[in-house]
Unconditional design. Structure first.
Length: 83
């Protein structure tokens, strides 16, 4: 639920670059901190679902995906492979 909320906030942020960065990093931290990536498929599936929403800003979701990979790579290579 926390990830979903953070992801939705990041997907629709268009007011401030600083706010976008904060929301993207929050979503990425949540995604990579849950079980060493064991739930990666669910996190990625939700990212794809939100990308289909016409209100979502696709570029923001690319930032989220990139941030998830950066957090995962930094935390543990095994987590990164799961994503």
């Amino acid at each position: 639920r926390d990830y979903d909320s953070a992801l939705c906030r990041a997907a629709t942020e268009h007011q401030s670059k600083a706010a976008l960065k904060e929301k993207v990093n929050s979503a990425a931290r949540i995604a990579t901190s849950h079980g060493g990536g064991r739930h990666a498929i669910g996190f990625v599936r939700r990212l794809v679902e939100i990308a289909e929403d016409p209100m979502a800003i696709k570029e923001n979701l690319l930032f989220v995906a990139d941030s998830i990979m950066r957090h995962a790579e930094r935390d543990d290579p095994k987590t990164a492979r799961r994503f």
